[in-house]
Write a protein that binds this ligand. Structure first.
Ligand code: ATP
Length: 270
């Protein structure tokens, strides 16, 4: 059962070229995760330790998981993913053991990239209420910290964590030797959005007139995941209309539909 919660992917199929609008973030990840795996001798010769853990933070659907997968792909490392929420909610009382198993799995699959999504689920600031659930979360986090403290920085395991709620994190996990390199992954700007449109329409049959510049200008505030959804939905509009070519109007209709669905969600949440 445990093996199923920890996702192991020998060769993730994401490359840096699939990531739009995050040039600085890609460079940082290459420097902090790829370099130590590919050229550990550089760090030995210079005499410094690479960062122990890298923390990606930013809104949902902006490409954090993609970055971690791409670096694993580039280094031929095994990609191992686990969500913080699963560590504490799936098997009550087993969080600390799962963390130990996770590091053991990473050691067995060296070189490996260990990706812990939703790290906030186990590393949120302490609340005042001392419920038993909190104690369990605390134990899980202590186990993670102790695995990291006893970690060989120059070894063949790299740890990447991600969160959408940076402000909620317990600062203890950001100390030196832990997640000591922070990389912010924001929503894309206009140029980034245009790139992401182009990436997700690579395989699509497009009408010649589709202008991604103006679509990118209109889809303000869209995340990468939302742009991907716009592209798929645009294709659906073409299919409903019995066309095989996707037009710019299809993309506009798709964005409107997705926005309408999102505002419905907002209403139903309140
Ligand atoms: P979450 O915080 O919700 O886990 P995330 O930041 O990890 O989100 P991803 O899982 O990397 O987001 O992105 C979801 C999907 O959205 C990706 O599989 C990809 O198709 C698309 N996407 C997101 N960001 C980008 C981007 N910068 N370039 C291209 N595609 C993107």
């Amino acid at each position: 059962v445990r093996a199923r919660v920890m996702q192991v992917d020998q060769s993730p199929d994401v490359s840096y070229q699939d990531i739009g609008g995050l040039d600085d973030q890609v460079s940082e990840v290459r420097e902090t995760v790829e370099m130590p795996l590919k050229s550990p001798e550089m760090f030995d010769e210079v005499g410094i330790d690479p960062p122990s853990g890298v923390l990606l933070h930013g809104p949902p659907g902006t490409g954090k998981t993609m970055l971690a997968k791409a670096v694993a792909n580039q280094t031929d490392a095994t990609f191992i993913k686990m969500a913080g929420s699963e560590l504490v909610h799936k098997f009550i009382g087993e969080g600390a053991k799962l963390v130990r198993d996770l590091f053991e799995l990473a050691r067995q699959h060296e070189p490996s990239v260990l990706f812990i999504d939703e790290i906030d689920a186990i590393a949120a600031k302490r609340t005042d209420s001392k419920t038993s659930g909190d104690a369990e979360v605390q134990r899980t986090m202590m186990q993670l910290l102790s695995e990291m403290d006893g970690f060989d920085e120059r070894g063949e395991i790299r740890i990447i964590a991600a969160t959408n709620r940076f402000d909620m994190l317990d600062r203890a996990i950001l100390r030196p030797g832990r997640f000591d390199r922070l990389i912010e992954v924001p929503k894309p700007d206009e140029t980034g959005r245009e790139q992401i449109f182009k990436i997700h329409t690579r395989g699509m049959n497009l009408a010649e007139t589709v202008d991604f510049k103006s679509l990118a200008a209109e889809a303000t505030d869209a995340s990468g995941a939302e742009i991907k959804a716009i592209c798929t939905e645009a294709g659906m509009f073409a299919i409903r209309d019995d066309r095989t070519e996707v037009t710019e109007a299809d993309f506009r209709d798709a964005w409107e539909k997705i926005q309408a669905e999102e505002s419905d969600d907002e209403v139903s949440k309140t």
